[in-house]
Design a protein around this ligand. Structure first.
Ligand code: NAD
Ligand code: IPM
Ligand code: MN
Length: 348
């Protein structure tokens, strides 16, 4: 039976990079004899315009029944002036699918150090995985919206920290065996619980994995100062959001960075880490690599198709080596022609 893939192109550059990812998925699935059925649904700002709701019931039902969901990006200035927000739809989607574990790999491939704005010797060998908690913390705590006073509660339960810590330690066992847990335990109670639970899980069940704890402000500095030192970086929701945009620049551009959001009950949600990039939307200049590598993560994590995922990753890396890319990292391709160049490099 064909796997059901729901595509949510969304807003801004979202539809451009989703088309690129779809093209690559179609070509790769044919070459690797994988049957995929695609459905597209309204989500985000375009869904507010069409249905008055960023996450309409029809979209929610389709996502719930899908084997995997792919998202381009949502948001933009049009929906920043009051009324429902596209971003609220994204949070509702993550909550509905239970995607508590957001994997954001950042790799600087050998020979591609020059794409980074940092000196080559500083980024050589960078291969880190940000394991971001995605369905808790300040994003989902009680809110007070007001003109005189506003607040957002950051709460974590032991269970929420335990399950994301386990994901990080399991991932580390398949990599270099090291986890750096990021928190603000010198100030925040939620971080003190975070640090204690992460240490407890490690001591009880993962004594073979090396664990250190770094405060988030220092981590922001160390990610630039010595990024190749890190293996798995474990964070709560908001720290992971911020540090992953920062880390994406190590490889050259936020347009390169993919993500997989995994759940205990669903195949998962796959999206580039960048947003709708309103400043470059509609011009066919967005870098589609983050979206295309997210499609590779979809094949690997949701469908178990590791060889097909690797074929995509190899094709991307071959194009980048050949200087075939978009202008954010010095190339001349448009979004569409870059995707076509990647497709031409996919081995069966
Ligand atoms: P952004 O990630 O959209 O853009 C930041 C900068 O990176 C911009 O200069 C943009 O041109 C550039 N950029 C982003 N993607 C790129 C790509 N693929 N290729 C080349 N350059 C790229 O962040 P922002 O401007 O802060 O946010 C814009 C909107 O996107 C906001 O409404 C925000 O809420 C939303 N957003 C959505 C998601 C998502 O849907 N997952 C993620 C982040 C932000
Ligand atoms: C991301 C985005 C989202 C987040 C927003 C749009 C809700 O920045 O996926 O990184 O903060 O998680
Ligand atoms: Mn973000």
């Amino acid at each position: 039976m064909a796997h059901r893939i729901v595509l949510l192109p969304g807003d801004g550059v979202g539809p451009e990079v989703t088309d690129a990812a779809r093209l690559v998925l179609e070509k790769t699935s044919t070459a690797h004899d994988i049957a995929l059925d695609f459905e597209e649904h309204d989500f985000g700002g375009c869904a507010i315009d069409a249905h008055g709701d960023p996450f309409p019931e029809t979209t929610a039902a389709a996502c719930g029944q899908a084997d995997a969901v792919f998202l381009g990006a949502v948001g933009g200035p049009k929906w920043d002036r009051g009324g429902p927000r596209p971003e609220a739809g994204l949070l509702a989607l993550r909550a509905a699918l239970g995607t508590f574990a957001n994997l954001r790999p950042i790799t600087v491939f050998e020979g591609l150090e020059h794409l980074s704005p940092l000196r080559a010797e500083r980024v050589r060998g960078v291969d880190l995985l940000i394991m971001r908690e995605l369905t808790g913390g300040i994003y989902f705590g009680e809110k007070v919206e007001g003109n005189e006073l506003a607040s957002d509660l950051c709460a974590y339960s032991r269970g929420e920290v335990e399950r994301i810590a386990r994901m990080a330690f399991e991932a580390a066992r398949l990599r270099d065996g090291r986890v750096t847990s990021v928190d603000k335990a010198n100030v925040l109670a939620s971080s003190r619980l975070w640090r204690k639970v992460v240490q407890d899980v490690r001591d009880a069940d993962y004594p073979d994995v090396a664990l250190d704890h770094v405060l988030v402000d220092a981590m922001a500095m160390k990610l630039i100062d010595a990024p190749a030192r890190f293996d798995v970086v474990l964070t709560e929701n908001m720290f992971g959001d911020i540090l992953s945009d920062e880390a994406s620049v190590l490889a050259g551009s936020i347009g390169l960075a993919p993500s997989a959001s995994l759940s205990e009950t669903h195949g998962g949600l796959f999206e580039p880490i960048h947003g709708s990039a309103p400043d470059i939307a509609g011009k066919d200049i967005a870098n589609p690599v983050g979206a295309i590598l997210s499609a590779a993560m979809l094949l690997r994590h949701a469908l178990g198709e590791d060889a097909a995922a690797r074929a995509i990753e190899n094709a991307v890396s071959r194009c980048l080596q050949a200087g075939e890319t978009t202008r954010d990292i010095g190339g001349t391709h448009g979004c569409r022609s870059f995707a076509e160049a990647i497709v031409a490099n996919i081995d069966a």
